[in-house]
Write a protein that binds this ligand. Structure first.
Ligand code: NAD
Length: 370
């Protein structure tokens, strides 16, 4: 079987879907074709792929394979290079109906890795977690870089410097890693989430949980979420959360927001009024900016200064850690491939498999997941 690894061409995308480590495993059984320069932005040179057993080729060579491994969905011109019925694996954005329809029209068998269910068997292929983990770490690095003071408390001959106060809003995979990273840098941390089990996780990392009490059974029920994901909370709970957050934000030096609701706009957690009340020189890193933002003042791909507060709107922080983000993503992809390649090294797609059923978004010209 021929497996292709094209270069990513979407603006800002620095990652690559295979590394020499994963290519070596694939090349033992298959012909692997890497587009020249595909790994450069992730610090992987063509020679490293060749040493792992790959052949270097053009975009047409890589896209023309039986199985194509990508980070992001191919653009029109790239899809045109693909064979009918080719298998495409990547973060293909299953919520983008037009893109899915285009892949179906090209008769691709496309697997969107974001749609892999969050079950134990699928943990090693969970790209949302592997990339969110990196984004949470980098959010703190970016915040520290923008913030004009120290993170840790320092006692020096020239006097004492106070530790930075960090507020993390939304404690999923990215939020937990942001807490852990800020803790290592010596910050004092508070965090908020809707899901009750998060409280214990936050406290185990040495941070303080901002408790927004549940008043009604409906609130308690919605807060449990579905499939590990949050659901949109009732307006009354959101108002009480906003009041509490407003008070905590006044004291914070850095706020990192990561709150997302799958398939919906991100909830607004830091209003303009709250930004106005924050200290001059404080920093907000809004990881939800591509879903509309947890702060209405954040702007995509920009750091803006509003009411004296720096607001960072970098949509995909994992792309700023391209080498490790690619390394983890490539391992996720390799584990996913094991589900569709049988022991005789043939492509076999079991449409009854839970993971494949959930992630196969088009096949045979049909859109399978709407
Ligand atoms: P996410 O990226 O969808 O959302 C980030 C966080 O924002 C979530 O914790 C969510 O509860 C929170 N949030 C949403 N609305 C909010 C609001 N109004 N206020 C405050 N917080 C709000 O989440 P994620 O990182 O994908 O992780 C969700 C959960 O799934 C985590 O508990 C994670 O550990 C779990 N998970 C399980 C598996 C598995 O079992 N295989 C795999 C990965 C993740």
């Amino acid at each position: 079987m021929r497996i292709g690894i094209p270069a990513e061409t979407r603006p800002g995308e620095t990652r690559v879907a295979a590394t020499p480590e994963t290519v070596k495993k694939l090349a033992a059984k298959h012909q692997v074709i890497v587009q020249s320069g595909a790994g450069l932005q992730a610090s992987i040179i063509d020679e490293a792929y060749v040493a792992a057993g790959a052949t270097i080729g053009s975009a047409a060579d890589a896209f023309g394979c039986d199985v194509v491994l990508k980070v992001r969905a191919p653009v029109d011109a790239e899809r045109a290079l693909m064979k009918s019925a080719a298998v495409l694996i990547g973060m293909l954005n299953p919520f983008d109906a037009a893109n899915t329809a285009a892949m179906a029209a090209s008769n691709l068998q496309a697997f969107a890795l974001e749609a892999v269910p969050r079950i134990t068997r699928a943990q090693s292929m969970d790209v949302l977690s592997s990339q969110a983990n990196i984004a949470g770490y980098k959010a703190v690095m970016v915040a520290a870089n923008t913030y004009q003071r120290f993170m840790p408390m320092l006692m020096t001959a020239a006097g004492t410097v106070k530790a930075a106060r960090v507020l993390v809003m939304g404690v999923g995979v990215a939020g937990l890693q942001a807490i852990a990273t800020a803790k290592r840098l010596g910050a004092v941390i508070e965090a908020s989430d809707v899901r009750p089990p998060v409280k214990e996780q936050v406290e185990s990392l040495g941070a303080k949980f901002i408790d927004v009490p549940f008043i009604t059974d409906e609130e308690r029920e919605i807060a449990k979420g579905a499939g590990g994901y949050a659901r949109a909370m009732p307006a009354d709970w959101m108002r009480r959360q906003a009041e509490l957050v407003h008070e905590r934000a006044k004291l914070a030096d850095i706020i990192i927001t990561t709150a997302l609701i799958p398939g919906r706009p991100a909830p607004v957690l830091i209003s303009e009024e709250t930004v106005k009340a924050m200290k001059p020189g404080s920093v907000i890193v809004d990881l939800a900016v591509s879903q509309g933002g947890n702060c209405p003042l954040s702007e995509m791909n920009k750091t803006v200064l509003k009411h004296g507060v720096y607001i960072v709107g970098e949509p995909d922080l994992a792309t700023l850690v391209a080498a490790d983000a690619s390394a983890l993503y490539a391992r996720n992809v390799l584990d996913f491939l094991k589900l569709i390649i049988d022991k005789d090294d043939q492509l076999v797609i079991d449409r009854e498999d839970d993971i494949l059923k959930a992630s196969l978004i088009c096949s045979g010209g049909e859109v399978l997941r709407k």
